[in-house]
Design a protein around this ligand. Structure first.
Ligand code: ZN
Length: 427
């Protein structure tokens, strides 16, 4: 088996075990722990040793991991990605009875998904609950690991115009069916049972719907990966694994940060617009053992690779992509550019990324929006407003971004892994 197949299969297994941002962070922590990284808390003082790795989380949904150099630290080498994906969030008092015959759940949209892709497929619920225990309030991961819900379409006989384009109303068309007449009152009971706690002890929750589809390879010679949440768990996995596996750097502090809430604008306590990254960098700097350069001189020498998946040229709509910048799955790392700097890439950071790709034997491609289309935004320019370091925005090419299931290239996970590993092992 080619190594890229194994690496993409490992990435798909990680995504399957990560139905919510909380699970993604938990699984990334396990990967780091296995490699000898130690957990720190924002509430405690940092005591750091040369060559060692550490990780710290905020809200259990954003995670920052780092490894100290063997010698004097002169710069930060940072990668970033995001842990969240568009989905539906379960509201408080979620059960809604319909004519005494059905129970559905009241949910709201989280981020900008392609609505129709969530219909007529098995769904379930995952996230965290907060429980009152003897020692205080405790957060617990929950995943109802079975086919539980469905958002059924209206029959075509009841809406003959459906194939002319359907606008879904989030309060009426997109609520999942949870049960028949016997389902009433059982949602909280199910949660409590799953978490092995008393129903009355559950004082809060952040719960999301997820699609039950398992990741798989497909295509004429299995050249594509198909999975929920490739945006951005494919990049989060590759960047964090590269950090976990790379050798201790000579003179840089290697950092990988995975932010929550990119899909809703990053403006939360743990998002890319928060102080999460800046706070940790300052604290790491203060706790660095031995001699070190001045903090601001270190920042001036630092570099960030902001990794968030990119839109590939679409096989049915090649005209939607820019005429001269045409990324494809399995074409390698995509460097993203934007004239108004919604991507942070500039000539210098693009050149540095191209150099990293060439040294690691990884092909690279470029992305611009068509000049007559507004594109998305990402982490790079948001986090540089907090920590101003030279940054390149990159991603892996994928189709159907923000669909419940997305398609990307089987070789690209390994390409990103190799490029980031090369960046972390730079002298
Ligand atoms: Zn993304």
């Amino acid at each position: 088996m080619e190594s890229y197949v194994g690496n993409s299969r490992d990435m798909l297994t990680f995504i399957e075990k990560s139905p919510s941002c909380f699970h993604a962070v938990d699984n990334l922590k396990a990967m780091l722990k296995e490699r000898g990284f130690k957990e720190l808390s924002e509430e405690d003082a940092f005591e750091l040793k040369k060559g060692e790795g550490y990780y710290i989380s905020r809200n259990d949904s954003s995670l920052l991991a780092f490894r100290l150099p063997q010698e004097e630290a002169g710069a930060f080498h940072i990668t970033s990605a995001h842990s969240d994906s568009p989905c539906f969030k379960v509201k408080e008092n979620p059960e809604i009875g319909v004519e005494g015959q059905y129970v559905k759940l009241n949910v709201e949209k989280y981020g900008g998904m392609i609505d129709s892709t969530w219909l007529d497929r098995p769904l379930s619920v995952a996230g965290r609950i907060v429980v009152k225990e003897k020692e205080g309030l405790v957060s617990k991961l929950v995943n109802i690991d079975r086919d539980l819900l469905v958002i059924p379409n209206l029959a075509i006989h009841m809406n003959r115009d459906m194939n002319k384009g359907m606008e879904y109303n989030a309060q009426t068309d997109l609520l999942p069916l949870f049960g028949d007449r016997d389902g009433k009152g059982s949602f909280r009971e199910l949660l409590a049972k799953e978490a092995k706690v008393d129903e009355a002890a559950v004082l809060g929750y952040d719960l999301y719907l997820y699609v039950r589809e398992k990741g798989r390879l497909l295509g004429s010679h299995e050249e594509f990966v198909f999975s929920p949440r490739l945006d951005d768990l494919q990049c989060a996995y590759a960047c964090m694994r590269a950090l976990a596996e790379s050798k201790p750097p000579a003179q840089a502090v290697n950092v990988c940060v995975v932010f929550d809430n990119e899909e809703i604008g990053s403006g939360t306590r743990q998002g890319a617009a928060s102080t999460f990254l800046a706070d940790q960098l300052k604290r790491i700097y203060k706790a660095l053992p031995g001699k070190r350069a001045e903090y601001k001189r270190m920042l001036a020498k630092s570099f960030m690779i902001s990794a968030d998946n990119a839109q590939a040229v679409h096989p049915n709509h090649p005209e939607k992509a820019d005429p001269t910048n045409r990324p494809y799955p399995n074409g390698g790392v995509v460097i993203k550019f934007h004239g108004s700097q919604r991507y942070a890439t500039d000539a210098f950071s693009a050149a540095r990324m191209r150099d990293i790709c060439s040294r690691s034997g990884v092909p690279c491609q470029t992305y611009h929006n068509r000049s007559d289309m507004a594109g998305g935004s990402t982490l790079g320019n948001i986090s540089t407003a907090q920590v101003s370091v030279s940054t390149v925005d990159i991603g892996l090419a994928q189709l159907a971004m923000h669909s419940a299931c997305e398609t990307a290239g089987v070789k690209d996970t390994e390409y990103l892994l190799n490029a980031v590993r090369c960046f972390y092992e730079e002298a």
